[in-house]
Write a protein that binds this ligand. Structure first.
Ligand code: KG4
Ligand code: ZN
Length: 340
């Protein structure tokens, strides 16, 4: 079969991104224009500003993705775009742009689910990885333990009942004055802290083996900070960060290994922004090695939001003949998984 090249666009949150991916696995270009600098001023993503910045940048980002790949729009086989979940105004910029481009060039349009994209980031540069495999998706908006039964066929085994793992990182970072985005900052400062300094609760849900709950952990950190303040005790931010992170890493790894034990799978994949956390990666690397399980995780640049992962997911939809109509709309609360 001839090579299939897909131009993919991602604008669901605060990165304007475009990429060209060949046969779902090979990245020909991956352009990411991050808005972090602007949102940092406000301590988090401001939806209105995100939409505006996407509008300003999308044209250049898509052009650069094609130029870097050495292709014109006529050379690609399809235009793919994230259509949910995410911020509605941000999603709409990518969806509208992709629709215009597909219509004008006569190329098929493929709408992609953002979380499926995160999972498919594992296919990039890993030609041997194929379903079925369990995967833990940990991002700013989602925490899902899933089983990828086939391409695009996902069974959700467990999920968070409240905050997502990344959201907990961001909120705790804000509480200890590290700023936005919190995940990478906690990752870094925790090197200087003692992960055993403070005993925080784990994000478990009683009687629900694979589900998570991070709001109790977040509250425990806030309570700890308040009680220190009231007692006039100095707060060691590195210790708080390292102890909080240990608690998150422990519950994520425990749940994943319980699921692996039950299914007997010998392959496991990690995905989403939090998957770039070094401590989480190391814990899974070691745990998988000890159990003889092959461990996959995307390169850090493919863990956080990017369009290459959207191009990977779109390829398997393309092969199945899935095409989106020109009426494709942004769906901010797009459902996830096939077991509903
Ligand atoms: O996947 P992503 O880029 O966007 C969503 O789809 O949500 O994930 C962003 C999240 C943020 O909460 C950010 O703090 C977190 O991923 N994150 C990290 C790290 N890098 C990004 N969390 C922990 N450690 C990191 N190194
Ligand atoms: Zn994401």
């Amino acid at each position: 079969m001839a090579d299939v090249r897909i131009l993919a666009i991602e604008s669901s949150c605060d990165e304007t991104a475009a990429a060209v991916v060949e046969n779902g696995r090979k990245v020909l270009s991956n352009i990411i224009s991050s808005q972090i600098d602007i949102h940092t001023l406000y301590g988090g993503v401001v939806p209105e500003i995100a939409s505006r910045k996407h509008t300003e940048r999308i044209n250049f980002v898509v052009r650069e993705a094609l130029d870097t790949a050495g292709l014109s729009i006529q050379d690609v086989d399809a235009v793919a775009v994230t259509y949910g979940p995410g911020l509605v105004g941000a999603l709409l910029v990518g969806v509208s742009f992709a629709k215009g481009l597909a219509f004008a060039s006569g190329k098929p349009l493929i709408g992609v689910h953002h979380i499926e994209g995160h999972i498919c980031a594992n296919f990039l540069d890993h030609p041997e990885l194929e379903p079925p495999f369990p995967c833990l998706v940990v991002s700013g908006g989602h925490t899902n333990l899933v089983r990828v039964k086939d391409y695009g066929v996902i069974e959700v085994l467990g999920q968070t009942k409240d905050d997502a793992a990344g959201e907990a990182f961001d909120k705790v970072a804000r509480a200890i004055g590290l700023g936005y985005p919190g995940g990478p900052k906690i990752d870094k400062i925790s090197d200087e802290g003692d992960p055993l300094a403070i005993e925080f609760p784990k994000g478990k849900v009683r009687d629900s083996v694979y589900d998570f709950s991070f709001s109790g952990l977040k509250s425990a950190v806030l309570n700890y900070l308040n009680s220190c303040e009231m007692a006039g005790k100095e707060i060691n931010r590195a210790d708080v960060a390292a102890s909080f992170q240990r608690s998150v890493v422990e519950v994520l790894t425990e749940h994943a290994f319980e699921a692996l034990e039950e299914s007997g799978d010998k392959v496991f994949a990690l995905a989403g922004g939090v998957a770039s956390n070094r401590h989480l990666r190391e814990a899974f690397e070691k745990g998988c090695k000890d159990r003889g399980i092959s461990f996959y995780r995307p390169e850090p640049v493919y863990c956080t939001d990017n369009a290459a992962m959207i191009g990977a997911a779109a390829y398997y939809q393309y092969l199945k003949g899935e095409r989106s109509p020109m009426s494709l709309n942004a769906v901010p609360g797009l459902a996830f998984g096939n077991n509903k």
